[in-house]
Design a binder for this molecule. Sequence first.
Ligand code: PHB
Length: 402
Amino acid sequence: MNNFNRRDFLKTGAALAGLSGAGLAGALLPASMAQAQSTAGKIRVGLMLPYTGTYTPLGVAITNGFKLAVQERGGKLGGREVEYFVVDDESNPAKAPENTNKLIQRDKVDVLVGTVHSGVALGMAKIVREAGVIWINPNAGADEVTGALCAPNIFRTSFSNWQNTYALGKVVKQRGHKTAVFITHKYAAGDQMMASFKDAFEKEGGKVVKELYLPFPQVEFQALLTEIASIKPDAVAAFFSGGAAVKFIKDYQAAGLKGKIPLFGPGFLTDGVLEEVGDAADGMETTLHYADGLDTKKDNAFRLAYVKAYKLQPDVFAVQGYDAGQLLAAGLDTVKGDINNKAALIKAMEAAKIDSPRGVWTLSKAHNPVQDIYLRKVVGKQNKVMGVASKALADPAHGCKA
Ligand code: PHB
């Protein structure tokens, strides 16, 4: 908390006094002036996201969305300009502590925005809790982040892994399917999405007859698709995302399974991939906290602005990044840019009502969005909204004592 304060204080103090040896002059400044200096500089935002590997498109969309929210506010949050510090985390959990420390210790960021991969997020959580820096998680769904590891300085603008597949389990059963196979990468996000799908599907009387996994980020699906063909379940549910989702959807069709065994998923499977998969995703039903065709004033304006800025269609990941910017703006506006007034900043962020392209959402006590989960269907190049699968769905936040 004091890193920015002290460093900036010393630097500005030395410049004011015409001294080059930092560390002397700051102590001579009166307290009121020191306070003014601490709110005058730029807000240091650390972006810790994947810019290489299968989740690269997600990292890019989140970055674009965040920067758009800042641009819409004239490049300032709470009256202060924003300076970015960027680390490519490669979706590599083993490097998470080192990468987190780079931003916190070396770059002395005021706010950490990251990441995509649940395993990386779990590697960040302990460090961030201890450092006390404000962390806004714009994707990674690891349930623990707003569960057992929840903390006053930890916020998420996306979803918990539990949320979308819990809604999906009910949908698949409602379609009359009694047996399902779940297939995913073997890591925290895959495990947790599988678990909540199974919980909901089996509560409704369905049966998950097989769980199929492959190591992240492998995409050799052939043997597993052959296994699905021999099991012949009523339905398949899959969680893959980014480059892996593109390949899975294409391979599912190439294996002759499309049209035989309906393929479902949390909407991560089909968001941001439809330009690349041709007709292989046609008709697929998914559940997600965003959709195409919402046709609200906010979503239409966001889509227009995003396309204008980036010459790309936005997806759920862009929305989550945009909302990370909106949440931070709501907090910093209230404290007039004084990032060191952490208690008031956190209180303002907790109370924020985010006017999101996905629809208005608020934060749960554990700092996870309480939000509608839409039912969508792939029609052409769109994840078309068909209705609401689960209204104002709140994560159960198991183990959060905040
Ligand atoms: C995750 O690892 O939490 C994750 C990654 C990609 C997604 C969703 C969740 O699309």
